[in-house]
Design a protein around this ligand. Structure first.
Ligand code: HEM
Length: 103
């Protein structure tokens, strides 16, 4: 069989499709999401403190809308006021923004 015929064989096509599907699945699952990666970083005291001040950290749409401002407060260490975040948690928040602020 020629190489061209081999590449076009149904087996090769199936293999290629499976590989493409796997790599796109991998890409999706490594992206950060608000529910699984960001929401758990906020303590209930954070949510309770910020809600009356007009920022509901338990709300995906509100955190998405204020993401840049939240990031700069996390980075300058002014929020949360009692215990600044570890660098790794700040990097996670930053990566979530880079990934497109997914739910
Ligand atoms: C847009 C970003 C934010 C703004 C403008 C903001 C603003 C404020 C202000 C004005 C206060 C009251 C005065 C003070 O303690 O400085 C406060 C308190 C607080 N904030 Fe934020 N905040 C932001 C984000 C956050 C985030 C991301 C967290 C947690 C991860 C957080 C947690 C807290 C806590 C725990 C308090 C203390 C409340 C208390 O001790 O009574 N805040 N925030």
């Amino acid at each position: 069989m020629t190489l061209r015929a081999k590449l076009a064989s149904p087996t090769m096509v199936r293999l290629r499709d499976a590989r493409d599907r796997d790599s796109s699945l991998h890409e999706e699952s490594s992206m950060l999401g608000y529910s699984k990666d960001i929401r758990p970083l906020f303590r209930s005291t954070d949510v309770d403190a910020m809600k009356p001040r007009g920022l509901d950290l338990g709300s995906y749409t509100e955190v998405r809308g204020s993401a840049d401002e939240i990031l700069s407060r996390l980075q300058d260490g002014s929020m949360p006021c009692d215990a600044p975040w570890q660098q790794a948690a700040i990097e996670t928040f930053k990566q979530w923004i880079t990934d497109g602020k997914l739910p």
